[in-house]
Design a protein around this ligand. Structure first.
Ligand code: SAM
Length: 271
């Protein structure tokens, strides 16, 4: 925590500024990420650099994106002071900028934008190791039928094979968040699930998971706002699906992909 106190920048809650202070956890991240000296590593949210400087010791290059101007300045200052040559700080919103090419992403992510970060990383399809809120981590790795199985499980598992590494207690951060965290590894999926239209697939998944305890056709019939379709039409098409009578929460990603493709196929025919 000493470097944080040295700089006296007040943590901004809405930016998820809970800084990692436990060096053992940083060591676990470095070990588990298996970074080689050829890797360019992306870090989302450099903070005070708890992770940045350790990454720099093992990677070819670290690109650290930090939204907070004050923290980006602190990082620049520390880089200059320690004469670290292989760290590039970009002050900006990681969700909005075009990040330079990278091989791996290793980050303690701001919890508020966890879903969006997973979505963004899905577009790059690179191995990622992230510290995130424990509940969120459990949802990423949840399997069909599990109580944590949700839209975000499908989003993550569409692009990655997520693996829960270990819990990280709230005391490992300053200031301590209200909840514990977890380390998750995201391995890019070798065999991707095939869908006719990725965007429509996620729209379908989002709509039906709002009613995940219902049968698929029923969940669809309740989603007229998300699907922007008439309830009767939704219900009619929903009943025609192969898994119409199966509860949403037990459908695996392949069956959801088939359901979405069938659904949009029927919609097309009915137009
Ligand atoms: N890596 C540091 C550490 O481990 O101590 C900081 C981690 S802290 C949980 C998250 C960091 O992400 C904060 O420094 C915050 O300012 C930054 N951040 C929040 N939203 C961001 C965004 N959209 N783009 C880039 N950085 C962001």
């Amino acid at each position: 925590m000493s470097e944080i106190q040295d700089y006296c920048v007040k943590p901004v809650r809405k930016l998820g500024q809970n800084f990692l202070t436990d060096k053992n956890i940083v060591a676990v991240e470095i070990r588990e990420a298996e970074i080689s000296s050829k890797d360019t590593v992306l870090e989302i949210g450099g903070g005070y650099g708890a992770l940045t400087f350790e990454l720099a010791k093992v990677a070819k290059k670290v690109v650290s994106v930090e939204i907070d101007r004050d923290l980006a300045d602190v990082l620049e200052e520390r880089i200059a002071k320690d004469d670290v040559k292989n760290v590039e700080i970009i002050c900006g919103d990681a969700l909005k900028i075009d990040v330079p090419a990278f091989d791996k992403c290793v980050s303690n992510i701001p919890y508020q934008i966890s879903s969006k970060i997973v979505e963004m990383l899905g577009r790059y399809g690179k191995f990622s190791l992230l510290i995130m809120q424990k509940e969120f981590a459990q949802r990423l790795v949840a399997e069909p039928g599990d109580k944590n199985y949700s839209r975000i499980s499908i989003l993550a598992q569409f692009h990655f094979v997520p693996v829960f590494v270990r819990k990280v207690g709230r005391k490992c951060f300053y200031p301590s968040p209200d909840v514990d965290s977890g380390i998750v590894k995201l391995f890019p999926r070798v065999k991707k699930v095939k869908v006719c239209d990725e965007k429509l697939f996620f729209k379908f998944v989002t709509a039906v998971f709002i009613h995940k305890n219902q049968k698929l056709w029923k969940a669809l019939s309740h989603s007229k706002r998300d699907m922007v379709m008439d309830k009767k039409v939704l219900s009619e098409i929903g009943r025609k699906l192969t898994d119409a009578d199966v509860k949403v929460r037990v459908l695996d990603i392949e069956r959801l992909a088939r359901a979405a493709d069938e659904f949009y196929g029927f919609v097309k025919k009915s137009c």
